[in-house]
Design a protein around this ligand. Structure first.
Ligand code: FAD
Ligand code: SIN
Length: 529
């Protein structure tokens, strides 16, 4: 057994909003490694459009933001968490501005605030229709050239190294490091005093998603394998308006378009969402997505339509220049025509059970951002609360780490990855087929509408796929596709098992067998054996 590895005081896996801000906060206090499996632009953060929620208008209040969050979350949000996050909103926006974030302003130099579904007030600060990219670029400028920070691009986290896995069964289990697949396809060992998973979402479990390729739930799957509890995994949020177009399957049409006045219409031009909810297009996402799904199925259509023509030329060019340009390239002009839309997997409300500081069951391991479940979103996330939560968590996590007496540990000898018995891979079709099957199964059986029979079928198929993966995984050289496939299969299992535990319909989980919502809502927990 060889013992060669790199060591950091703080190791952060993931360079979206949560990971970048945590790196910025921790860098003055020790060495930081920040890892991503692709490039800095490959994250949910870089795709975020609408903006970041935060009270900054004197007619608005923290209390209203909290109430909107609780109402969207259908009885499962943790009120104290919602309170802390909403209170932080205005400060976070202010701090981002101070770091150079180019938020849009109105003619008087005040923040331009947009509107989204479920918000009782205009409170979404934004940078045109590409807020996430602006946040990412702003934070990256402060992180990239910092003397204490080393950026490891194209390094994919494979698995966590824990004391129990190494055979030290006595004492509390502790996270000691991580195995990373480097660009040369070698697995390297990295140890750290504290490890933060900020690996984002898991939209890729579904066939249609707004998420980029990186969103395969790796952090949640790694934490689960290392012994951490997960919570509320059945609550996958489907965004109502993703473009329906063969050449741009993951393009989102921001909810801010509806916030600024765009209508959802069916093939006859009817504004159908009012048939489902008096708030129409600005009802919370679960309601709007289900309404679209229902209309599509009722009329045997492929999609519904978003009509933004009434916003007019100036507002479209001013507030939605990126979406407009991308549509024009596809031959669609939203100033003049309705745009075909379908709901698509967008955000996982569940995740590794943590508090706002990202603390997990495993000492030395924190999970922040979309991979974590703090109780903020309950059964359905309020639009634009996610970037806010990522940033609040990054700050709280760093604060908590720095308050620990054993925050930076001396490097321990960790074993290198065992590659004995590996045979060359002969056919990639085995991996591709499993990928496609998982995504089709999840889309067809575990989508917006579920039933006992669909969930049973999904679980049966998944068991077969997992057996095949288990057989293949340890015999063949590691590749990004293979690692992601194994993680996708675990995320799918966790979603299905959580859905099977919920004998009611609530927020993002709708079951035809249990259409009612129970009076008292409960979280769904799964604990590794
Ligand atoms: P991400 O930003 O997804 O970053 C994850 C990082 O982890 C990436 O760097 C990735 O490379 C890395 N990673 C993953 N797995 C591994 C691994 N195994 N090894 C190494 N690195 C790994 N929210 C809002 O609040 N407002 C919005 O307007 C908004 N719009 C959105 C629009 C779109 C199209 C999408 C997809 C999401 C949107 N969201 C929005 C949600 C929000 O963007 C995300 O929830 C948030 O950005 C997640 O940030 P994160 O830091 O947790 O993860
Ligand atoms: C959007 O711009 O519609 C996405 C907002 C979000 O997911 O919070």
């Amino acid at each position: 057994m060889k013992y060669h590895h790199q060591h950091f005081d703080y190791l952060i896996i993931g360079s979206g909003a949560a990971g970048l801000l945590a790196a910025h906060q921790l860098a003055p206090h020790g060495t930081v490694g920040i890892v991503n499996k692709g490039n800095f632009s490959e994250s949910n953060t870089y795709q975020a459009q609408g903006g970041i929620a935060g009270v900054s208008d004197f007619l608005d209040s923290t209390e209203k933001h909290v109430n909107d969050t609780l109402q969207a979350g259908v009885g499962l949000c943790y009120e104290a968490v919602a309170q802390q996050v909403a209170e932080a909103g205005g400060h976070i926006i202010h701090e981002l501005s101070a770091l150079g974030m180019p938020f849009d302003e109105d003619a008087e130099g005040l923040l331009h605030l947009t509107q989204e579904g479920g918000h009782s007030h205009r409170r979404i600060a934004h940078a045109k229709d590409a807020t996430g990219r602006a946040i990412g670029e702003t934070l990256l400028k402060h992180v990239q050239n910092h003397a204490n920070i080393q950026c490891l691009r194209q390094h994919m986290a494979v698995d966590l190294i824990t004391s129990h896995r190494l055979g030290y069964q006595t004492g509390q289990n502790r996270c000691l490091g991580v195995y990373l697949l480097n660009p040369d396809k070698r697995v390297i060992t990295v140890s750290a005093g504290q490890i933060i998973l900020a690996t984002g979402g898991a939209g890729k479990v579904y066939m249609y998603t707004s998420n980029p390729h990186a969103a395969t739930g790796d952090g949640i799957a790694m934490a689960w394998r290392a012994g951490c509890k997960v919570m509320n995994m059945e609550f996958m949020q489907f965004h109502p308006t993703c473009l329906y177009h063969a050449s741009a399957p993951t393009m989102l049409l921001s909810e801010a378009l509806r916030g600024e006045g765009a209508h959802l219409i069916n093939q006859n031009g009817h504004r159908f969402v009012f048939d489902y909810d008096a708030r129409g297009e600005l009802a919370p996402r679960d309601i709007v997505a289900r309404a679209i799904d229902h209309e599509i199925k009722k009329y045997g259509q492929d999609c519904m339509f978003l009509d933004a023509s009434q916003l007019g030329n100036t507002r479209i060019l001013e507030h939605f220049p990126n979406i407009h340009q991308r549509l024009l390239k596809l031959g669609l002009d939203m100033r003049q025509q309705s745009i075909p839309v379908v709901p698509a997997a967008h955000y996982i409300c569940g995740g590794v059970a943590t508090n706002l500081a990202g603390k997990t069951d495993l000492k030395g391991l924190y999970v922040i951002g979309e991979s974590a479940c703090t109780g903020l979103h309950g059964a359905n996330r309020l639009a634009s609360n996610s970037l806010l939560e990522c940033l609040v968590m990054a700050k709280e996590c760093s604060k908590h780490i720095l308050s620990q007496t054993d925050k930076s540990m001396a490097p321990l000898p960790l074993p290198t990855w065992d590659e004995s018995g590996i045979i060359p891979e002969r056919e990639r079709i085995l991996i591709k087929q499993n990928w496609d099957e998982i995504r089709a199964t999840m889309s067809n059986y575990v989508g917006i509408v579920r039933s006992n029979e669909r969930l049973r079928r999904a679980r049966r198929r998944l068991t077969v796929i997992q057996d095949e993966i288990a057989y293949f995984y340890w015999k063949h050289p590691l590749s990004r596709d293979l690692i992601e496939l194994r993680n996708l299969s675990i995320i799918s299992e966790l979603i299905i098992r959580s859905a099977q535990q919920r004998h009611e319909s609530r927020g993002l989980h709708y079951s035809t067998d249990y259409p009612d919502t129970k009076t008292m809502g409960e979280d769904t927990y799964l604990t590794p054996e």
